[in-house]
Ligand binder design. Structure first.
Ligand code: HEC
Ligand code: HEC
Ligand code: HEC
Ligand code: HEC
Length: 157
């Protein structure tokens, strides 16, 4: 009898650990939302797993830091090494804090790279679009990676 109870306890514990493992992992597709900033162009669903695994294997040249560190960096902008699926990862907006795009137009102040990157949209665009441009240029794929506003943003302008 005692033995049976112990078996049940172990089975339940194993199930809980398994479930926790699944839920702690980063989702295959992430909805990128920045609660502190009003979203004017709709929420983007980002294919994280494809970008973090499949494309890394298929196009290693696009990932000089070897994968995770090509998008995830520390407070000095240095690639983070040894990142895991269940690591605690800071959101981009925790450091690139200003909402929206940097001011544009002829009356806009001239910003250096650092001041520009403080805007969340500039940080994302620099990360996403520069890799896509390189990919489209170097690999000449039949299906290009998106580089125009409407190909990434659900809400049209
Ligand atoms: C092409 C860019 C890119 C690559 C490569 C990448 N990530 Fe991410 N990752 C992101 C973005 C963007 C987010 C969402 C950040 C935000 O919402 O501010 C994110 C979020 C995460 C999160 C948090 C998920 C959540 O729900 O809060 C984890 C964990 C994570 N990534 C782990 C990894 C690991 C591990 C690797 C390497 C195997 C990796 N990432 C590779 C771009 C990338
Ligand atoms: C812990 C703070 C922090 C987090 C979190 C963070 N960044 Fe950064 N990021 C920085 C710093 C610091 C720099 C360097 C700025 C400079 O060059 O002056 C930087 C630079 C960049 C650059 C320019 C890279 C280059 O070499 O030109 C891009 C693009 C960028 N970040 C995008 C992102 C994205 C996308 C995320 C989320 C996946 C993110 N950052 C998360 C602090 C952060
Ligand atoms: C290090 C390079 C790299 C970075 C950074 C990157 N991408 Fe991509 N992305 C690719 C490549 C390569 C493809 C095309 C792969 C293919 O078609 O086989 C792609 C394709 C896509 C596609 C179409 C196919 C799909 O997976 O949905 C979308 C949408 C996309 N990227 C969004 C983003 C967004 C949003 C970001 C920034 C958060 C981003 N990408 C950052 C390399 C990158
Ligand atoms: C490769 C995909 C990609 C392309 C191309 C792209 N964006 Fe974005 N953009 C993003 C991502 C990812 C974010 C960050 C997610 C967020 O804040 O909603 C973002 C954020 C923004 C934001 C701030 C958030 C919001 O919804 O108000 C604005 C404004 C914006 N982009 C405008 C543009 C414009 C204008 C263009 C064309 C010149 C453009 N984007 C092209 C991926 C892209």
């Amino acid at each position: 009898m005692k033995k049976r109870i112990w078996v049940s306890v172990l089975v339940v514990a194993a199930c809980l650990l398994f479930a926790a493992g699944i839920y702690a992992k980063v989702a295959d597709v992430i909805k990128i939302e920045n609660k502190a900033c009003p979203n004017t162009k709709g929420e983007i669903s980002f294919t994280h797993k494809l970008h973090a695994e499949d494309y890394v294997k298929k196009f290693p040249k696009l990932y000089p830091a070897g994968g995770c560190g090509d998008c995830h960096h520390d407070d000095k902008g240095k690639p983070i090494a040894g990142l895991k699926d269940d690591s605690k990862v800071q959101k981009c907006i925790e450091c690139h804090k200003q909402c929206g795009e940097a001011p544009k137009g002829k009356d806009a102040p001239k910003l250096d790279k650092k001041a520009k990157l403080a805007y969340i949209a500039e940080a994302f665009h620099d990360n996403c679009t520069s890799c896509h441009r390189t990919y489209n240029k170097d690999f000449k794929p039949e299906k290009k990676a998106p580089v125009t506003c409407n190909d990434c943003h659900p809400k049209k302008q």
